[in-house]
Design a protein around this ligand. Sequence first.
Ligand SMILES: O=C(O)CCC(=O)C(=O)O
Ligand SMILES: [Fe+2]
Length: 253
Amino acid sequence: MVYKQDNDGTLQGYGQAFVLSEEQKLDWSDMFYVMTRPVALRNMKFWPTSPSTFRDNMDRYSLELTKVASCLWLYIATNLGVAPEVFAQLFKDHPQGMQFNYYPPCPEADKVIGISPHSDATGFSILLQINDVQGLQIRKDGEWISVSALPNAFIVNLGDISEIKFELLYKKKKVLSNGIYKSIEHRVLINTEHPRITLVAFHGPHNSLMLQPLPEVVRDGKLNYGSMSYQEFMKALFNKKLEGKSVIEKLKL
Ligand SMILES: O=C(O)CCC(=O)C(=O)O
Ligand SMILES: [Fe+2]
């Protein structure tokens, strides 16, 4: 298949994420993922030329979503009482990847899972449910709660990078304790009759960012997380099967 993943370590192309062995029970979904920003990091061999509008539409949609993402960062920074420039620095170049998820129906839907429980390894994800088939669930206080997507509205899921950074920023400010801006664990259930289709835009930090407390927030405080570059973090993630929030849990000291 022309656009299939080619094990370049980026998961770009068509296939399934996190497949490590022949025995593994696979998620009941197909995915297609491409890096969209910064533009220099695009690998056009994964970008379909058919339909002929695809590339142009992706380019325009991705640009519009970076504007949405910028607004969200600004609101979050303001909410935390942190200078917007601090966030602008963490997320400069607007690294963004887009993933199409296709979940075929399954007559025995309770025996499969669309996407195993996980938290996204990004700053946040902006999710668009393309058709009206629901299936997303989030874990809150140990319970799975179904999320109903509103027509023409985005769902924003906070990712692991936000958890590390925001938690420490909050500590510095001594505004609130842990528990605010946690990345959200989520999964997808399968419908017995109808396919579900979603498009998720992941907004992460720039690749060279060291995931560690900002220097100014740990002067006299306790370190809650070890450090790792974002690239290493992603490598650790791609080398295992999706399993809740286990990668970020490993970073906790
Ligand atoms: O399709 C969905 O609703 C969620 C997809 C998702 O969690 C992901 O792609 O990381
Ligand atoms: Fe996700």
